[in-house]
Design a protein around this ligand. Sequence first.
Ligand code: ZN
Length: 266
Amino acid sequence: MPEGDTLFRTAVALRRWLVGEVVTAARTRVPGLAVARLVGRRIEAVEARGKHLLIRFEDGPVLHTHMRMTGSWHVYRQGDRWRRPERQARLVIEAGDHVAVCFNAPVIELLAPQAERVHPSLGRLGPDVLAEPLDLDGILLRARTRPAETALGELLLDQQVLAGIGNIYRSEALYVCGHNPWTSHSQLADEELVKLVECAASLMRANLPHVVARDVGRHGEGRSVYRRAGRPCRRCGAAIRARALGEQARIAYWCPTCQPSGQASG
Ligand SMILES: [Zn+2]
């Protein structure tokens, strides 16, 4: 499952090999996607914004991909063997002596630059959690527009409040800060909320040097709570709990002792 840090690393790799190169070939399985117009254009920039990846081309077009749970970008040297089957490739871009392949991404679209600002998800995206400096004022402002009862566990996944945090880091950051996932944001002072966001950002940054995304094992190796339901808390020994939270019903993981709350005793 790609989180902001995975996509950030992807952007670094794509940027390194593609920016400044001219597209020599482009093909896609996405119906109606006019990738032929990219051929002959120079690649100007690659940006990760939350879980969205944007590739900017000379004279305007912007390729927007969103990975959701299934997608990934790989970059290979021409002639290298791909790590996934060709039939899963939804978009292939050749430039210089490299090939960029987008596998299984549910969202692939070409935007005119002016369309980006009014795009239903890009236009309203909150500040990126990996941006430096981190726009804490902007994040706080957006967070406080949410209903008072909105749970912290939901708030951290709300891409319009801040972009890039997925389930791993929302669970881990809440654990580190000792907040129950069901605690509402209105119960936290501004400083506490800022601290929580900074904590998530620093956990994600700490994971950045690994060029290849590390999968979390089935038993959450290397994590404190994520995917460790039923296993002992590394601090207090209590059994880690797991329960679906919020509209998206993503599973939240927490320690009932280290992250207590009257609202989440179940
Ligand atoms: Zn504990």
